[in-house]
Design a protein. Structure first.
Lengths: 275, 365
């Protein structure tokens, strides 16, 4: 059935309003990052009358930022890789292991969805300290992996359960062992679900301020968001600089997001026709 | 190629659901064996136990003389074709067929030769670059068969491979699989619920019901000499007519009395049925074993009324009724029949089957 005209109009109005709400802060960020500080306060929403790239130059050339950037990138990619790898391998065994035991593991993972990780900050701090990871980028990775696993197991288990058993049996007869089946059958077939999980975890990890703030002190171990947060001065802030740094920090997220989103859509259409 | 042997094989699901009960089957080298039976009879479970996809509760399975109870599917050197094809959706037809060989680390050249050879046999050469979703049901089935033959396994297992195809394609693929068997000279074990498939394809048929083997034999053995009522009714289309009758002694002759008609028995059959005098038995007569008589005979005449006429061209199927039973009769199209007509038949005395009413086993034989 084709949607009626009034329905279409309402849809477009709602979507346009939503788009404006979403774009507005981005717009403010972008235009103001090109303005000198005094113009930002004079007229925050207009296009810049006098364009300056000082903020970007500062952010880019400031030696600390390259550290921050590299740290954030490292933490995010390693955490995402571990979440996807551990999550999918756990989901595979939970989904296709004919026993009651995996059900218990499943509940254990899902329970993690209900508890906000930050409630356990003090215990986490003690654990990380005991592991000798405090004040390094490695302190954040296990925390983020733990944070991401419940949703990963939740989404991926359902997805793998939906794959027909005969595929696994055919591969078994063809001579593949369990890990071979995981690598050559499961992973390619759950790529759309992996993208979903990756997108879902990417943003909170990249943008997290809480754990870096608590775990990290040393300059060269700071993440990007932590670094930017430290630019806010007690009495005055260099807004051009801050906004430029924020704009740069958003780029890798956008790139990764687009990369996953493309894969996500590709996966959806490939899986649409079932054999 | 190899022999496959099942010795006292049983399978329990849970504590007391017996899916397969003490099954003994010997499958010779290069033989085409069909496991047939209604759904839930344990035929697929039996096949899956041979493949190693299902544990065996008790008993032993030998492939090529080797006990395989504790050997994993990949080391049993068998190939299986599944009902829903089970093609890997993310791989091309070529990769689907090459998958097993690549895992077994065959040289690239060898893989290419084998896949191309299989594709040629199955007429799917032009489909090698496609994904399974771009194939029709029949083509998918061919790819699934291709994936099995490139491996050159000891035995092929087929699990109802044709049941997802339309009727016309099914008949065609049936003939192709038979031809493939002749060409490859391979041991094949084929599961189906369709007795026509079983009859047309099998060298040997194993009829199963409730996990118990009812009879093993060649198609014609099963058809002509069924061991019990189940096999008699299951094999053959239209099915055998089965009626209750009482054995009587009349003027020194042994007679089976259906109520509406009597059949005088002679010779060996009469001797074996003597012990059933004044007892009820089941008479089985195949639809083609009725002889149409234009004038009623004095003895053994079965007088019926025609209820449905199905002219198929080469033959006519008549649904007729006596006072007590409805029968299906297959006659030559030399005569014309109309609904409501009276029609007289005589049974072919050589081809009567008698079954015990309680055990349903064949009497005599």
């Amino acid at each position: 059935m084709k949607p009626s005209l009034p329905y279409k109009i309402v849809t477009y109005v709602v979507l346009t309003l939503w788009a404006l709400i979403v774009i507005f802060p981005l717009w403010t960020l972008m235009v103001n990052s090109f303005k000198p500080k005094r113009d930002i306060f004079k007229d925050p929403f207009s296009l810049p009358t006098e364009v300056t790239v000082d903020g970007y130059l500062n952010a880019w050339t400031d030696s600390n930022f390259s550290f921050y950037f590299r740290n954030s990138f490292f933490i995010t990619t390693v955490s995402l890789f571990l979440i996807l790898f551990l999550g999918s391998i756990a989901a595979y065994s939970i989904a296709k292991w004919r026993s009651k035991i995996p059900g218990l593991f499943y509940i254990y993972f899902i329970a993690g969805l209900m508890i906000p990780l930050r409630l356990g900050t003090i215990n986490l701090l003690q654990t990380i300290k005991a592991m000798g990871l405090l004040d390094t980028v490695f302190s954040l990775i296990p925390v983020y992996v733990a944070m991401g696993l419940p949703i990963a197991v939740f989404v991926l288990t359902d997805f793998i359960r939906a794959l027909p058993d005969e595929l696994f049996e055919a591969a078994k007869i063809d001579g593949a062992n369990r890990f071979g089946i995981y690598l050559k059958i499961v992973i390619p077939l759950i790529r759309p679900a992996l993208s979903t999980v990756a997108i879902f975890n990417l943003i909170p990890i990249w943008n997290d301020l809480w754990f870096p703030l608590i775990f990290i002190r040393t300059e060269d171990q700071r993440t990007l968001i932590l670094g930017i947060s430290l630019l806010f001065g007690q009495y005055q802030s260099n807004w051009t600089y801050i906004l430029s740094a924020l704009a740069i920090s958003a780029v890798p997220v956008l790139v990764l997001y687009l990369a996953f989103a493309k894969q996500f859509i590709k996966g959806l259409t490939a899986g649409a026709v079932k054999g | 190629m190899a022999t496959v042997e099942l010795r006292n094989v049983s399978k329990l699901f849970g504590a007391n659901v017996k899916a397969v009960d003490n099954v003994n089957i010997t499958i010779n080298d290069k033989e085409f064996v069909v496991l047939v039976g209604p759904s839930g009879c344990g035929k697929t479970t039996t096949l899956r136990m041979i493949a190693g996809l299902e544990d065996i509760t008790s008993g032993e399975i030998y492939i090529d003389g080797t006990l395989v109870n504790d050997i994993t599917p990949k080391d049993r050197d068998i190939a299986m074709v599944f009902q829903n094809y089970a093609l890997y959706p993310h791989m091309t037809v070529y990769d689907n067929m090459a998958f097993g060989l690549r895992i077994r680390k065959y040289p690239k050249q060898e893989i290419q030769t084998r896949v191309n050879e299989a594709a040629q046999i199955l007429h799917i050469e032009e489909l090698l670059d496609r994904r399974p979703k771009a194939l029709s049901g029949g083509q998918r089935q061919r790819v699934a068969v291709g994936r099995a033959i490139v491996r050159k396994p000891k035995a092929f297992l087929f699990d109802e491979p044709l049941s997802n195809l339309d009727a016309k394609l099914r008949v065609q693929m049936r003939a192709e699989i038979s031809a493939l068997h002749t060409r490859l000279q391979a041991t094949m074990i084929y599961v189906t619920h369709d007795q026509v498939e079983a009859m047309t394809m099998g060298d040997k048929i194993v009829v199963l019901k409730d996990g118990i083997i009812q009879q093993i034999g060649s198609p014609l053995e099963l058809y002509n000499h069924p061991k019990n009522r189940f096999v008699a009714a299951f094999i053959g289309s239209p099915p055998m007519n089965i009626m209750t009758a009482k054995i009587l002694e009349k003027d020194g002759k042994i007679v089976a009395d259906e109520g509406d008609f009597q059949i005088e028995l002679e010779g060996k059959l009469a001797d074996t049925l003597k012990s059933y005098i004044n007892k009820e038995v089941l008479i089985g007569i195949r639809p083609e074993d009725f002889v149409y008589t234009q004038t009623p005979q004095k003895t053994n005449n079965i007088r019926t009324h025609v209820e449905v006429v199905e002219p198929l061209g080469a033959e006519i199927h008549l649904y007729v009724s006596t006072q007590n039973h409805q029968l299906i009769v297959r006659v030559q199209p030399r005569y014309e029949f109309h609904v409501g007509d009276e029609a007289n038949f005589a049974p072919d005395m050589e081809k009567l089957h008698f079954f015990d009413i309680d055990s349903e086993e064949i009497i005599g034989a």
